[in-house]
Write a protein that binds this ligand. Structure first.
Ligand code: GN1
Ligand code: MG
Length: 363
């Protein structure tokens, strides 16, 4: 979204930031919110911030969403305090508005928030080696561990049924009816594959509904580029993008972690021959994860590998749905990108199936 700089400056002015604004940069990475980075100078000291206009078509309860983030970050911060001298790199810090709120509402009804920018860190789109995979698994396990004593009832369910596969398949069926610009004609065997694999996809949601999987606090978007690493890549410091922190099964998080950390090609790659689930990365990732996640029930543990396939499936369904609806949900940079994303995810699922025995060997 294009927002005039004067408007941005006005928005930013409403947050409790001292000093003078010296630069504004647009960030293009996320699929949902509009993100801007700024630099301020205050009496010679440079401070950086991240500002986001929350996409209220996706996040219909922005105030509740920020309440969730505020609660969760306070909880994590209390765990970190006294143990690290770089807490600001290990946990998001919400910057309030000048009147002390978590969000600023602009004159057009846009909802904005500001975080302290976390500096001297980097993210990855794919994992380079087994060591990095281990660190990532450890970081997600640690995040879950930090929140394992947090009362999930305190959180709002800001996007109800977010990882409900039954609902996502229903939305796909509806999108087939919408069939924007007769796009169905462009969809090849992808749709058939997803329909053939439908039943298997219900396992996580159904087992959460029948009470056999415990409801805990979940991040719901633990893809690899939401994990901040030190510049030398030797430590995973922080999990960001807490927009979808909600009650759920932790398998949603192991699933997104496996989906994005074991693939040999990023989500937007179009050459399907490059997309594989790397067995070595998978093993190291889970080794790192289990080194922290010592609180799992036997059923949770037994479904961890399945969760990777499952969340890859739900993403394929969601991308294809959005393609058939005319790209109304995910930002795109090129035509047919959502179809290509769906094809990418299906290729990954198929490769996981192909390697299933190896992936489940040590479980
Ligand atoms: C969206 O905007 P981003 O990249 O943080 C989506 C996730 C998907 C992801 C796929 C609220 O997240 O569920 O896994 O794209 N977030 C929402 O890259 O729908
Ligand atoms: Mg997100």
């Amino acid at each position: 979204m294009d927002i005039p700089e004067s408007k941005l400056q006005n928005v930013i002015n409403n947050f409790a930031i001292e000093g003078s604004l010296t630069s504004i940069k647009v960030n293009k990475e996320g699929h949902i919110n509009s993100t801007f980075f700024t630099t301020f100078t205050n009496q010679g000291a440079v401070q950086k911030y991240t500002h986001q206009r929350i996409n209220t078509l996706v996040f219909k309860q922005p105030v509740e969403l920020m309440e969730n983030i505020s609660l969760v970050t306070s909880h994590i911060r209390s765990k970190l305090a006294g143990h690290y001298d770089n807490v600001e790199q290990r946990c998001l810090q919400v910057i309030p508005t000048r009147s002390g709120a978590n969000v600023y509402i602009d004159e057009d009804g846009g909802y904005w928030r500001t975080y302290q920018y976390i500096d001297h860190v980097k993210t990855f789109k794919t994992i380079a080696n087994a060591e990095q995979a281990y660190l990532l698994g450890e970081a997600i396990g640690n995040f879950q561990l930090q929140l394992s004593d947090f009362d999930g009832n305190l959180l709002h369910e800001t996007i109800p049924h977010f990882h409900d596969m039954r609902l996502r398949y229903k939305q796909l069926q509806d999108a087939i009816q919408v069939n924007h610009n007769n796009r169905i004609a462009m969809v090849g065997p992808e749709l058939e594959y997803l329909l053939d694999n439908k039943e298997r996809g219900f396992i996580l949601w159904d087992k959460m509904q029948d009470g056999s999987l415990p409801v805990r606090v979940t991040h719901n978007d633990t893809k690899i580029n939401n994990v901040l690493f030190t510049l030398d890549g030797k430590e995973a410091l922080c999990i960001i993008d807490l927009d979808t922190v909600m009650p759920g099964t932790i398998l949603f998080d192991t699933g997104d972690m496996i989906r994005t950390a074991t693939t040999t090609a990023e989500e937007d790659a179009t050459d399907l021959s490059t997309i594989q689930c790397d067995v070595q990365l998978h093993a190291s990732l889970l080794e790192g994860y289990f080194s922290k996640a010592d609180f799992l029930t036997p059923l949770e543990r037994s479904l961890v590998v399945e969760s990777g396939r499952n969340i890859t499936q739900i993403m394929a369904v969601r991308f294809l749905t959005d393609f058939l609806n005319g790209d109304r949900y995910y930002h795109i940079d090129r035509e047919n990108q959502n179809l290509e994303r769906a094809m990418n995810q299906i290729a990954l699922m198929q490769n996981m199936d192909w390697k299933w025995e190896m992936l489940t060997q040590k479980m």
